[in-house]
Design a protein around this ligand. Structure first.
Ligand code: C5P
Length: 407
């Protein structure tokens, strides 16, 4: 599945209530559709003050519905007909007033009627609040949110920052791209619910002097994809990242480091409090024994300087050796003989699972194939984009955890 089609086959009821954030919902329809979903837009009267149904119809390629008296439905029951096909009802923006209605189960317009009439087992409700920070913080709003959460609604956001009214604080609707990621996540099975995952990712950078260093071509994409997939699966994820140019997946806690030693110092104290450690980082094996304080200059002799090297600590092996350590997953990027090298690494590092891939060819690419190697044997996860591979790996890890007692 390509990144573009993560919502293939999904039908989403997108409800807009009144708020300036309605302009973001136009982009959201575009992104949901691009991700493969079909989108039925439902608007309240207030929403139509902010954006026209014409815009939303053009983007969703379906007539917008807004009235429970819409005679286009043969049985005049839009609230039933439209909510029976949906895989998700997403209200974005959800105004304070609309959330109050949801909390009370009121149904005096089509959108609130649909929220009440949808089959709650089959069609979950997600709500993206959008309001002024005072309205957000008001005890009545907080009470209502508590109530709709208890009734099973998923709360997406809100974000924090500049508000249309000129104030700054909590209550901004998430951006369309953030909502897309949240919607994709909602559809993923929660195989790691409540578990804490620690992931190392990217290359390390070992300084030679203030302007030079030793690094490698690891892009961090696989580790970041695993962080996203694990969070989608319900885990609480901490990502320790070497120098990479990648956005942090939503909901993931990120710690940036440069050197192998810094990565070691960040990972080790956290490891015992995590259930799983996935070491995807391409950690430099050696570092210059002492980085020069000043830029090393040519001295005119024609002689290159010799740089004394020292070995870096093995982060994965150190975590695997902890008495109360997490379930450890190592990576093996090889250029040949994946099974032999992977199996040797399984033993050398003392870990229960090694994920092999043909390394150099995959650095920086968006796709790959993986080979899971453990005591039981080998299983291939065939060629695919890295997020799809990461989800399969998360499934593999979750299955193995079921059979693994915490030491
Ligand atoms: O020893 P090698 O680099 O071949 O092993 C690769 C695996 O070990 C990867 O999972 C990598 O993240 C981890 N590793 C580590 N610390 C090192 C070297 C490798 O955590 N210093």
């Amino acid at each position: 599945m390509s990144e573009l089609q993560h919502l293939a086959g999904k039908h989403i009821l997108l409800g807009l209530s009144g708020g300036i954030a309605c302009y973001k919902s136009a982009e959201l329809v575009r992104l949901l559709s691009k991700a493969g979903a079909t989108v039925q837009v439902v608007m309240t009267e207030a929403a139509e003050q902010f954006i026209t149904p014409v815009t939303m119809q053009a983007l969703s390629n379906r007539p917008v519905v807004s009235s429970q008296w819409d005679a286009r439905e043969p049985n005049n029951m839009a609230h039933i007909n439209l909510s029976r096909e949906a895989d998700l009802m997403l209200v974005a923006p959800a105004s304070a007033d609309f959330i109050a209605k949801l909390a009370q189960g009121r149904a005096d317009d089509l959108l609130s009627l649909m929220a009440l009439a949808r089959p709650i087992e089959r069609c979950p409700l997600a709500v993206a609040p959008a309001m002024n920070r005072e309205m957000w913080a008001h005890p009545a709003t907080q009470r209502n949110l508590e109530q709709i959460r208890a009734d099973g609604a998923f709360l997406l956001g809100p974000g924090n920052g500049d508000q249309a009214c000129g104030e700054v604080g909590d209550g901004r609707m998430l951006e369309a791209a953030e909502l897309l990621d949240e919607v994709i996540a909602l559809f993923q099975p929660k195989r790691l619910a409540g578990l804490k995952l620690l992931i190392s990712a990217g290359p390390t950078f070992e300084p030679i002097d203030p302007v030079r260093g030793i690094t490698n071509h690891s892009s961090g994409k696989m580790g970041f994809a695993i962080a996203r997939a694990a969070r989608e699966a319900g885990a609480e994820v901490t990502l320790v990242a070497g120098p990479v140019h990648l956005p942090t997946p939503r909901g993931v806690k990120r710690i940036d480091v440069q050197t192998a030693q810094q990565m070691f110092d960040a990972v080790l104290p956290l490891a015992a409090s995590h259930r799983v450690f996935v070491a995807t980082a391409a950690v430099a094996d050696w570092r210059p024994a002492a980085a020069a304080d000043h830029k090393i200059k040519k001295d005119g002799s024609g002689q290159a300087p010799s740089i004394a090297m020292t070995e870096n600590p093995d982060i994965l092996a150190a975590v695997a050796a902890l008495p109360q350590g997490p379930y450890c997953v190592g990576f093996a990027a090889e250029s040949q003989d994946l099974v032999t090298h992977g199996r040797a690494k399984l033993i050398r590092k003392g870990v229960p699972l090694i994920v092999g891939n043909i390394g150099p060819a995959t650095f920086g690419r968006d796709d790959n194939a993986l080979l899971l190697i453990d005591a039981e044997g080998e299983r291939e996860i065939p060629h695919n984009d890295k997020l799809t591979l990461a989800r399969e790996l998360v499934r593999g890890i979750a299955e193995r955890l079921l059979h693994t007692q915490r030491p």
